[in-house]
Design a protein around this ligand. Structure first.
Ligand code: C5P
Length: 404
């Protein structure tokens, strides 16, 4: 598979600094990136920063070519698989919508036939202004993918929609936009390999309320489970994805059920049965508070509040002994030490067919890559550190071989 190449257009705005983290994530996902920095963007970050992070030359003006053999704006726009405009200012969106080409960035955007993903960030009133909304509608009509900004407190002191989404959420949009380029079905006619099979997947963390505003959670991002759901759907399966609270788009062709707590997840799994294959990737909270408070627990200045915990249902173990047990039942094991030994013990204890074990002592939870061991009754297979979507596809290929 070809390495995806991103052209990142960095506009002017305080959110420009988040482009630095985005470059790191793009590269961590195994893609290459080249940057175009607008004059406004250069007021917030330097070309040197972007060059160092992308390990590529940074382009800033239309007029810096010294001879014809250097890369011009047409070539810049054509070599990319996806152009990402981040942050996309109100001014950039307006120029894109009107087809104005008065800088390198806007010229590249006008000259391209490559898909464009724009990630707006601006003051809430600028975002809500009729002119900006008209431009966004125009751009969407023209086929540009415009991400909705987040809501929250803004650098300018106001509150509302206009914040740049977090880089991990932008990364998920990039992967989705690249879609077909990234998810070319593997050779060997596996595109239909799971046609007629019903696959049940759990993903993400669970949130266990303490009171109406607080909860117990963990660092699971849901990325690995969502990638597996996407890979299963690509192979023609009927996929039911039961997702804890995550900020991820639903993969194409997947039926998604959103839940919050472990008990809600258990109930949703029950409703989704029967299934031919179940892959329980969710990082389900082991405990919940025995009695979540109806009102916000207040500081009293005296004794500290005591959290009484109760054990959550074990969905995986429950499925293993259910009369509707899927023919292939796969669990995940997030471990910080003795990974394979703990996974083997878990395989026996939970009576599932495979355990996919990973070391979560680094930044796997929330990260882009995963190094896993597949522990089965037949032995252990250890895979190299791979982007999560590649782990997903490899796992689904192994599943296809097992259920054939
Ligand atoms: O016991 P542990 O949490 O390490 O087991 C991990 C595996 O069990 C994962 O597949 C997870 O989705 C599943 N699990 C579950 N219900 C729980 C706890 C874990 O389905 N309450």
């Amino acid at each position: 598979m070809k390495t995806p190449h991103i052209l990142l257009v960095v506009g002017g705005g305080i959110a420009a600094y988040k482009a630095c983290e985005l470059i790191r994530l793009i590269r961590k996902a195994g893609m290459t990136v080249r940057c175009v920095l607008t004059d406004g963007g250069a007021q917030f970050i330097t070309p040197m920063t972007l060059a160092a992070l992308s390990e590529n030359e940074v382009f800033t003006t239309l007029w810096d070519l010294k001879n014809e053999t250097e890369m011009g704006h047409i070539q810049l726009s054509r070599e990319a698989d996806l152009i990402v405009v981040c942050p996309a200012t109100a001014d950039l969106l307006a120029k894109m919508a009107a087809g104005i080409s008065d800088s390198l960035a806007t010229t590249v955007l006008l000259a391209t036939d490559t898909p464009v993903l724009a990630v707006p960030a601006m003051n809430v009133r600028m975002w809500q202004h009729a002119a900006t909304q008209r431009n966004v509608a125009q751009l969407r009509g023209d086929g540009v993918q415009v991400v909705d900004p987040d809501s929250g407190a803004m650098a300018c002191g106001e509150y509302g929609p206009g914040r740049l989404p977090e880089p991990v959420a932008i990364m998920a949009e990039i992967e989705r936009a690249l879609g077909s380029a990234l998810s070319t079905p593997p050779a060997g006619g596996r595109g239909e390999a799971l046609r007629g099979k019903r696959v049940l997947i759990t993903a993400g963390p669970t949130h266990e309320p303490i009171d109406p505003v607080r909860y117990i959670a963990n660092r699971s991002s849901g990325r690995q489970g969502f990638a597996i759901a996407a890979a299963a759907a690509e192979m023609g399966a009927e996929v039911h994805l039961i997702a804890g609270p995550v900020h991820l788009p639903t993969p194409p062709g997947v039926t998604r059920i959103d839940v919050e707590t472990a008990r809600e997840m258990a109930a949703a799994v029950d409703v989704a049965l029967p299934a031919d294959i179940a892959i329980l990737v969710a990082a389900v909270a082991d405990w919940r508070t025995a009695d979540a408070a109806d009102q916000k627990i207040k500081k009293t200045g005296g004794a500290l509040p005591v959290l009484q915990l109760a054990e959550n249902p074990d969905i995986l173990a429950g499925l293993a002994s259910d009369p509707r047990r899927p023919a292939l039942l796969i669990g995940f094991a997030a471990e910080t030490e003795h990974i394979v030994a703990h996974a083997q013990a878990k395989l026996a204890r939970k009576r599932c067919d495979w355990i996919v074990a990973n070391d979560v002592s680094g930044d796997v939870m929330g990260g882009q890559n995963n190094a896993v061991h597949i522990v089965t009754g037949q032995g252990v297979e250890s895979w190299a550190d791979l982007p999560k979507d590649q782990v997903a596809r490899k796992l689904m290929e192994k599943i296809v071989d097992a259920v054939r």
